[in-house]
Design a protein around this ligand. Structure first.
Ligand code: FPP
Length: 249
């Protein structure tokens, strides 16, 4: 194996929550490539490779839910070449990894506004979600054309439409009801949000869901991020005290 499993059961590593949900802002692909004088897309391709390795390591790391920020509602501002390159990388990832995901019990979901994506990619997304819908070992969610504000706005619009249609009473709107209108309705809230490449911003990722999450910012660029890097982060996370606004026992 690529990393030391014993650390998880060692006395210096308190138990991680069951159904641990880790979300990652995968940043630094462009810099990783530029540092080597290579086109940015080479960094994204290496980034996709690291995604595959991390997903594979999830059961051993104790990660049940992994949510990855792959393309934000703001990323359309990048060059056409980069946007198209990323979109074809996502399509290729789905096609190439479908068999492995099915074998290894990975359920793949997409969050974000998919209606703006290319028709072929939308079909592929629908296909892989259906193909893997029966899997329950690892829940991988990829955020594509995702923005936290956009998601909350779409949810609010859908609630308003349901109120007008008489399916929902305005008085019944509460935290739990709004959560059911979000793209993440089937997912638990993230326990931990990791951002790579040294940036210390939230960048519109899971704004509602991460209300009580722990944040970890690390300097490692995403293409250099390995399951061992994640293991170190989890070790640190397991030792943090989470009180959800209350007092410690
Ligand atoms: C941020 O780095 C990264 C992205 C906008 C793309 C993330 C995509 C991948 C890792 C590819 C594969 C993903 C999946 C789910 C198959 P950046 O380009 O902003 O880097 P920079 O800040 O150094 O320019």
């Amino acid at each position: 194996m690529m990393f030391d499993k014993s650390a998880q059961s060692g006395r210096d590593f308190p138990a991680l929550p069951n159904d641990l949900h880790v979300a990652v802002i995968m940043d630094g692909n462009g810099r990783w490539a530029s540092n080597r004088g290579w086109p940015r897309l080479v960094g994204h391709r290496k980034g996709a490779e690291q995604v595959r390795k991390l997903v594979e390591a999830c059961p051993e790391l104790g990660i049940r839910y992994l949510t990855l920020y792959a393309f934000s509602t703001e990323n359309w501002k990048r060059s056409t070449e980069e946007v198209l390159g990323l979109m074809s990388l996502f399509a290729r990832y789905i096609r190439r990894e479908a068999g492995r995901m099915k074998r290894e019990g990975v359920r793949l979901r997409f969050i974000g506004d998919r209606t703006r994506l290319d028709d072929n990619l939308q079909v592929l997304i629908q296909w892989i979600e259906t193909e893997t819908a029966g899997n329950d070992r690892v829940h991988l969610s990829v955020a594509l054309n995702y923005g936290g504000r956009d998601e909350i706005t779409r949810a609010t619009r859908a609630m308003a439409q349901d109120v007008v249609a008489g399916k929902l009473s305005g008085d019944d709107i509460c935290d739990a009801v709004l959560s059911r209108y979000l793209d993440t309705r089937d997912l638990p809230d993230p326990d931990l949000v990791v951002r790579t490449s040294g940036e210390t911003r939230v960048s519109n990722f899971l704004l509602w869901q991460a209300a009580y999450a722990e944040y970890v910012f690390i300097p490692t660029l995403w293409p250099d991020f390995t399951p061992v890097t994640m293991q170190g982060i989890l070790k640190d996370f397991a030792q943090r005290e989470r009180r959800f606004g209350g007092v410690s026992a």
